[in-house]
Ligand binder design. Structure first.
Ligand code: PLP
Length: 384
C-alpha cells in the first residue's frame, strides 16, 4: 500500500469513492484518443454544432458583459420557459419548483443526495446510464438492480418484489437501449412506485428524440406529480453538451432539499448557457426537427444494416442501437476496434445484463455510419 508522509493512502480517500469501479465507457474512450482512423460510435454526444441562433444569443450576452451569478434557482425567464415547454410532455410545472442545474448529471446527484438516508434502497432497472449506480452509492444508498432483458422494460412484478425502496431511477428513451415507455408501461411503473412508496427519479434527457410515439412524462400521470423528480436538459436535444445545462422539476420538500444542496455546491448553472437555453426553448423548434429527422434517417438505415448479422430491437428514441451479438461483449468490442477501427461500447458497461450486447451511437454523419455498418457486418460475418 502506498504511503504519503507516513499516512496510508487508502485512509486519505473516501472509502465509497475508492471502491467505485471506473466507467466501462471511459476505458474505451482512452483506447481511441488521438486515433483519427477510428470511426467512433462510442460517444453519446450529438455530432451537430449548437444551433446558430442559440450561439448568437450567447455571444451577444457575453458582449454585453452578462457574466455574473444568477439566482441559485436559475433565471426566472428560463424557468418560465421550461414550465411552458414541458406542457408538451403532459403537464405544466410550477416555475417555482424548477431548479436550473449544471446538466442532468447534477440533477441526478442532487436528487439522490436530497432523498437518500444511509441504507435506503434505490432500484435501478438495467441496462442503464453509467452514473446512476455510482451516484446512488455516493449518496449512501443500497442499490437494487433489476435486469430488464429481453424487452428492456421494468415490470410491475419485478419492482414490487423489492418490498421497500426509497427511489426508482428510470430513463426513457433509454441510454443504452433506445427503448421508450408507452402509457401502459409508465402506468405499471407508477403503480409499483405507489406500492413501494418510492419516489421516481425520471431522467427524460432524450424526450425530444422520440420516434415511435410522443414522449409523456411520468409526472403527468394522475397522482404522480408529488412523487416524481423530473430531470431534463439541453445536452442531447439542442446539442449543448459542453455548455452544461439542465433542469430538475421536483415536488415541494424534495425541491427544497435539492435547492439547498445546489446552492452550496453549485451556486448556479452557467449564465451563458442559461441564456442560450432560453433561446433554445423559444425559437429552437425548427432546429430540433431538423436534427430529429436526421437521427431518424440514420436509425432506420443503421438498424436495417445491423439486422443483416444481429438480432436488433428497433429503438424508439435517443441515438443508440443495442444489438444482441451472441459473443462476449468486451472481446467483441476490442476486436472490432483493433481489427476494423470501429469503436462501440460493450453492453456490460451498462450493467451485467447488458452482457452479450453492444451499444452503437449513431451520432455520426451518414457517410461514416455507412462505412461503420460495412465494417461491422463484415466483421460479424467473419467471426460467425
Ligand atoms: N442521463 C443520460 C441518460 C445520459 O445519457 C446522459 C449523457 O450521456 C446524461 C444524463 C448526462 O447529461 P448532461 O450532459 O445533461 O449532464
Amino acid at each position: 500500500m502506498k504511503k504519503i508522509g507516513g499516512l496510508q493512502l487508502s485512509r486519505k480517500v473516501n472509502e465509497k469513492v475508492a471502491n467505485l469501479k471506473p466507467s466501462g465507457i471511459r476505458r474505451f474512450f482512452d483506447l481511441i484518443i488521438g486515433r483519427e482512423d477510428v470511426i467512433s460510435l462510442g460517444v453519446g454526444e450529438p455530432d451537430f454544432p449548437v444551433p446558430w441562433k442559440i450561439r448568437e444569443e450567447m455571444i451577444y450576452s457575453l458582449e454585453k458583459g452578462i457574466t455574473s451569478y444568477t439566482s441559485n434557482q436559475g433565471l426566472p425567464e428560463l424557468r418560465n420557459a421550461i414550465a411552458e415547454y414541458y406542457e408538451k410532455f403532459g403537464f405544466k410545472p410550477d416555475p417555482d419548483r424548477i431548479i436550473v442545474t449544471t446538466g442532468v448529471s447534477e440533477g441526478i446527484d442532487i436528487a439522490l443526495r436530497a432523498i437518500i438516508n444511509p441504507g435506503d434502497k434505490v432500484i435501478i432497472p438495467e441496462p442503464c446510464y453509467v452514473s446512476y449506480e455510482p451516484l446512488s452509492i455516493l449518496a449512501g444508498a443500497e442499490v437494487v438492480k433489476i435486469p430488464t432483458t429481453p424487452d428492456f422494460k421494468p415490470r410491475y412484478e419485478d419492482l414490487v418484489k423489492v418490498g421497500k425502496a426509497k427511489a426508482i431511477i428510470i430513463n426513457y428513451p433509454n441510454n443504452p437501449t433506445g427503448v421508450s415507455y408507452s402509457q401502459k408501461d409508465l402506468e405499471e411503473i407508477a403503480d409499483a412506485a405507489i406500492e413501494l412508496d418510492a419516489i421516481i427519479i425520471s431522467d427524460e434527457i432524450y424526450s425530444e428524440l422520440s420516434y415511435t410515439f410522443k414522449h409523456t412524462s411520468i409526472a403527468s400521470l394522475n397522482g404522480m406529480e408529488d412523487r416524481v423528480v423530473v430531470l431534463n436538459g439541453f445536452s442531447k436535444s439542442f446539442a449543448m453538451t459542453g455548455l452544461r445545462i439542465g433542469y430538475a422539476i421536483a415536488p415541494d420538500e424534495i425541491f427544497e432539499a435539492m435547492l439547498k444542496i445546489h446552492q452550496y455546491c453549485m451556486l448556479c448553472a452557467p449564465v451563458t448557457a442559461q441564456i442560450g437555453a432560453i433561446e433554445a426553448l423559444r425559437n429552437g423548434e425548427s432546429d430540433l426537427e431538423r436534427m430529429r429527422a436526421e437521427y431518424l434517417r440514420r436509425r432506420n438505415y443503421f438498424v436495417r444494416r445491423l439486422r443483416e448479422v444481429f438480432e436488433v430491437r428497433m429503438p424508439d428514441g435517443a441515438f443508440y442501437v443495442f444489438p444482441k451479438i451472441n459473443a462476449n461483449s468486451e472481446e467483441f468490442a476490442e476486436r472490432l476496434l483493433f481489427e476494423k477501427n470501429v469503436a462501440v461500447v460493450p453492453g456490460n458497461a451498462f450493467g451485467e445484463c447488458g452482457e452479450g450486447y453492444i451499444r452503437c451511437a449513431y451520432a455520426v454523419s451518414m457517410e461514416k455510419l455507412k462505412e461503420a455498418a460495412d465494417r461491422i457486418v463484415d466483421f460479424a460475418k467473419r467471426i460467425g
